[in-house]
Design a protein around this ligand. Structure first.
Ligand code: PLP
Length: 422
């Protein structure tokens, strides 16, 4: 929670547990600089505040300080597995059997049988040779490019790729090319330019989280074949639910045998606890275990987290019913909202951005939706381009039809009230 300078000064006044502030000119200068920077963020209207949830993650929430009965449309809990009873039971069993944590990185004494089992399961799920776990997909993205690419190589990245891909690419010494969002002409031009390098890696999100649009993987793979390049996809917003069996964008678009490397998260559809991974050719995974810095220098995934993800994958490999149910709910929301007169960006994806244009409109509408018991978030510049403010709605398999209809009704009411709908 942010505290005003006056509140911090009052806290500093005394008491055994009061925070201690470092003294000296440098500390004072730093404090002043930070306070100015925070004020700038507030002034720019881009301050991100956090609502506190007092219940489990799920389609219905209770917010701290009272508000119960809130219908939640802004988590990445696409399959509703975050609070699935079998997922929770698996976590408790893993906690009891394998302890709270490993107090170690993997290669010293941090590998348990459950880590190996989960890696094997992930590889089987994606039909790849092997997999390696990380503490997050952010780490998987931070670790792969530097370990794989040298100054002799090239990486070609969609301009709207996730921040963690951008940061991962920054860390590597390969030649960097940025192509326009999902623009195949631009990608082809960049691939031609990159022919002079030893190896070319095209990197893209499978599904883009701000727009709910899906990368044109078929075309990307065709170009990769033509120009002798490898394809890397980040499947954080696809694993578990896109494609007939929820394998992801590569399954949806029929190119499972053309994508070389997949990074994804355990922190969204696959139980929602935490963790990430890379899956792909065995020598690549072997190399990552030797060279990837976030893997080598960070603690092993805690057993309870491994238990959650492992059970989530079991549930998905047993049946595609959950993934199919989410697709039907998405279709219901998208078609009802479109019929009501809203523009929903993307296609067939549970990320459903309700396009509003104006930043203030997005913010007041989101606030008014919460007053009606619907939790959604407005996004504006700099998170999305200027003039493209929106409210992002995320559908989950565990929303009921009634939840979805209540959300559409609230949007219609609030949209009319604020002039977004006539
Ligand atoms: N990649 C994409 C596309 C994401 O949306 C996210 C999370 O927001 C990440 C990577 C990072 O995943 P994790 O939360 O596992 O670090």
């Amino acid at each position: 929670m942010w505290r005003s300078a006056a509140a911090v000064r009052a806290l500093r006044g005394g008491g055994a547990g009061a925070p201690r502030a470092a003294s000296g000119a440098a500390a004072a200068q730093l404090r002043q600089r930070l306070e100015n920077e925070l004020e700038d963020i507030r002034g720019a209207g881009t301050w991100k505040s956090e609502r506190v949830i007092a219940s489990r993650q799920g389609p219905h929430l209770r917010l701290a300080g009272g508000g119960g009965g809130i219908i939640n449309f802004c988590a990445n809990n696409y399959l509703g597995l975050s609070s699935h009873p079998e997922v929770i039971r698996a976590a408790v069993e893993a906690l009891e059997k394998f302890g709270a944590g490993l107090s170690s990185v993997r290669f010293i004494c941090g590998t348990q049988s459950i880590h190996k089992d989960l890696e094997e399961k992930i590889a089987r799920f994606h039909q790849r040779e092997d997999a390696i776990l990380y503490a997050s997909c952010f780490d998987a993205n931070a670790g792969i490019f530097e370990a794989l690419l040298t100054p002799e190589d090239a990486v070609l990245s969609d301009e709207l790729n996730h921040a963690s891909i951008i940061d991962g690419i920054r860390l590597c010494k390969a030649n960097k090319y940025r192509y326009k969002h999902m623009d195949m002409q631009d990608l082809e031009a960049k691939l031609q330019e990159a022919q002079k390098h030893r190896l070319r890696l095209v990197a893209t999100d499978g599904a883009f989280s701000m727009d709910g649009d899906i990368a044109p993987l078929r075309e990307i793979c065709q170009l990769a074949q033509k120009y002798d390049a490898l394809v890397f996809i980040d499947e954080c917003h696809a694993t578990g639910f896109l494609g007939p069996n929820g394998r992801g964008t590569d399954e949806l678009l029929g190119v499972m045998d053309k994508v070389t490397i997949i990074n994804s998260t355990l922190g969204k559809a696959l139980g929602g606890a935490a963790g990430g991974y890379t899956t792909g050719p065995k020598p690549l995974i072997d190399l990552l275990r030797q060279r990837s810095r976030p893997y080598l220098f960070s603690n092993s995934l805690p057993p309870a987290v491994v238990g959650c993800a492992s059970k989530a994958l079991d549930l998905l490999m047993e049946s595609n019913a959950i993934a199919q149910s989410m697709a039907a709910k998405t279709q219901r929301f998208r078609s009802k909202m479109t019929a009501a007169g809203f523009t929903i960006s993307g296609k067939d994806h549970p990320i459903c951005p309700v396009m509003l244009g104006d930043a203030r409109l997005a913010s007041v509408m989101a606030e008014d939706m919460l007053n009606r018991g619907i939790y959604v978030i407005g996004f504006s510049y700099p998170v999305v381009p200027k003039g493209k403010a929106r409210i992002r709605v995320q559908i989950s398999a565990v929303h009921s039809d009634e939840d979805i209809d209540r959300c559409v009704d609230a949007f219609t009411e609030v949209g009319r009230k604020h002039g977004a709908l006539r």
